[in-house]
Design a protein. Sequence first.
Length: 227
Amino acid sequence: MALFQKQGNEISKFLEDLTHLEINTIIKDGMLSTPPPSTLNEIVFAIFSLYKEKLILILTWQKYQNIAINNTTDSFKKLHNILSDLTQDFTQKNIRLDTKDYILFLRIVSFCDYLKSTKNLILFNDTPLYDLSVSELLNKSSEITAPIKDRVKLHRIYDLGVEHVVMQTRFSLDGDVVTRIEKDFAASPQNTIIEIHNKQINLSVNYWKSLIGLAKNLISELFNGSK
């Protein structure tokens, strides 16, 4: 009975993940031919490095000279604390970031919030990823442990990085479809990018349907086998 209940919980989580589909189209300044990181350790280290570099650039534009973030000794927790202090400072000094910088700033804050909320789930040698000195991720003898749902989310966050999202479409199984278009892009849309986004939607929806069909068959087999 306990095993069946555990399987039911896993199925419920799996189905919850399938209830939403999101397609993003991003603009990059340039692309390299190098393959993406192959391990979760490298992916998270890359996320930290991307966030650190972008944040330092934003702060340099705002003439913040005393903010230091180090790849070898610092953690997402320290980054989170820095972001919290900066948010208060921006408010007190009435500092307004450029819209694109502000969106990226919020994206970094959101990721740190997420890691803090999953301290009992995403671990490295039993240490929460949130508290870990990121340099330890380069220790290839150990790997990050995380539920499949969170592993997928970390890959997605890496793919978005600090890139400029110009179009985003979200589908829900309840029938809701929402497309968001970045304001500057909407003012002078490019047909090529819109066509690419539409093709991504068609490919993703077809793949999504196949996953739902697979889930349906697996659940049917599970319940038929439990009788």
